[in-house]
Write a protein that binds this ligand. Sequence first.
Ligand SMILES: CC(C)(COP(=O)(O)OP(=O)(O)OC[C@H]1O[C@@H](n2cnc3c(N)ncnc32)[C@H](O)[C@@H]1OP(=O)(O)O)[C@@H](O)C(=O)NCCC(=O)NCCS
Length: 180
Amino acid sequence: MVSRKNTDERYVIREATEDDLPVLVEFLAKLALHVAGAQPQSLKEDERDRLLAVLHSSLTAANKQLVVAEVPGAGLVAMGYIYVLHNQGIWEQTSHVEYRSGVIDDVWVEPDFRKLGIFRAILRRLVAFAESRGAYELILEYSASNKEAKAAWTRLGFKTIGVRAAAFTTSVQEVLADRQ
Ligand SMILES: CC(C)(COP(=O)(O)OP(=O)(O)OC[C@H]1O[C@@H](n2cnc3c(N)ncnc32)[C@H](O)[C@@H]1OP(=O)(O)O)[C@@H](O)C(=O)NCCC(=O)NCCS
């Protein structure tokens, strides 16, 4: 277990490499189950392959960065990901304006290594990447039920500015059919 003291000397924050990807796929699977509030289950082979391909593509793309935390003796314990989006302003502009946003996703810290500042250290790296690519804002989504994510993001300077709503197509069709 990493002690709270001198944690910055006890783990390494670095860019992910190809060798890390199998572990990172496991982290993504745990994150999906965590967000869904579901019981642990093993990943289907084709889903594992799909996630590996997605992660692999982020290793070489100039607008993406995949960062991991590694603890000597324990291996990888956390991951975080950012990609930079380019948006054109949609209103008439006197000059050409291009907005760039850093989108943060796929954040996971192994339970035994939480609240030690590891994600803060990963975020520092992701923010440096966003800045190096000229992103003027950072965006992310978290599930409304994910209280620890809300608490951590708030501590890290993020404000909740919107609500993402979701529904099954069939449910909406049923509601609309009621009032034809
Ligand atoms: C959310 C998560 C990434 C935080 O990682 P972490 O390494 O424990 O975070 P840190 O130790 O770097 O803490 C960062 C800040 O958030 C706060 N924080 C972290 N977890 C918290 C919690 N459960 N409740 C309240 N505050 C919390 C810390 O106090 C710290 O603020 P401070 O430095 O001002 O004191 C981690 O709990 C996790 O992986 N959760 C499951 C996956 C998940 O929810 N991912 C986010 C999806 S959007």
